[in-house]
Write a protein that binds this ligand. Structure first.
Ligand code: ADE
Length: 224
């Protein structure tokens, strides 16, 4: 098996599937570092309409994901890999950060994550009994878990050894502190002079010690 596997349980596989098929995610899969699998939640739906949601007890707007299809979908994956851990993207979860991504990427005990993508207005609370990681992508509300799933996968997979060219990009980031307050220094590529905007001389000097010092001094905090 690949170093890390993500099984994504979703109603919208068509929306998700193209992303891991390109660029770095594709490269990681080609190299056998990452594996992506999709489970259609609809396959576990109830009745002739394969229903996966229903109205909330006690009243209220919207529809909630029901337990039966979600439990059945997760159990079908766990039947093959009982140790897979379940991630639920939810605005009520732990905030996703670079350090959190490093935790998952560096967890040598765990190699298979099931990401359950909720939709509609939410999910039956009992679904949480299946969940190992509740993850929030930020203090805003999205319509579903698909975009968070892609962000989680991308930010973990790029940290795995062998995914990024030369290994250096992820290493550079390892200098960043707990809060990720200093993650970038300015970078330039050719041409050295573009419409009068010149690349700093030090970067053209070939003096690697000076370049490292300059980059350290230039690190800037993320904008709020
Ligand atoms: N689902 C809806 N909004 C979300 C958020 N901010 N983070 C994770 N999952 C979500």
């Amino acid at each position: 098996m690949a170093k890390i596997k993500f099984t994504i349980i979703t109603l919208f596989k068509e929306a998700l599937k193209p992303y891991p098929d390109v660029s770095m995610m594709w490269k990681a899969a080609e190299k056998g570092i990452a594996e992506f699998d999709f489970v259609n939640l609809r396959d576990f739906g109830l009745g002739p309409h394969k229903s996966v949601d229903d109205t909330p007890y006690g009243g209220g707007d919207g529809m909630l994901l029901r337990c039966e299809p979600v439990f059945a979908a997760i159990e079908s994956v766990k039947a093959k890999d009982p140790f897979a851990e379940v991630i639920l993207p939810t605005p009520a979860g732990r905030l996703w950060t670079q350090n959190y991504a490093r935790e998952l990427a560096g967890d040598t005990q765990q190699s298979h994550y099931i990401i359950l993508c909720p939709h509609y207005e939410g999910y039956d609370e009992r679904i949480l009994t299946l969940v190992d990681h509740k993850i929030s992508l930020g203090h805003y509300v999205l319509t579903g878990g698909e975009l968070p799933a892609l962000i989680i996968i991308d930010s973990v997979v790029r940290l795995l050894p062998g995914v990024l060219g030369g290994e250096t990009s992820a290493q550079i980031e390892s200098f960043s502190d707990e809060t990720n307050s200093e993650i970038e220094f300015p970078q330039y590529t050719k041409p050295a002079d573009f419409r009068g905007m010149k690349v700093p001389d030090v970067l053209l000097s070939g003096n690697h010690g000076e370049i490292a010092k300059w980059r350290e001094a230039q690190k800037r905090p993320a904008e709020d």
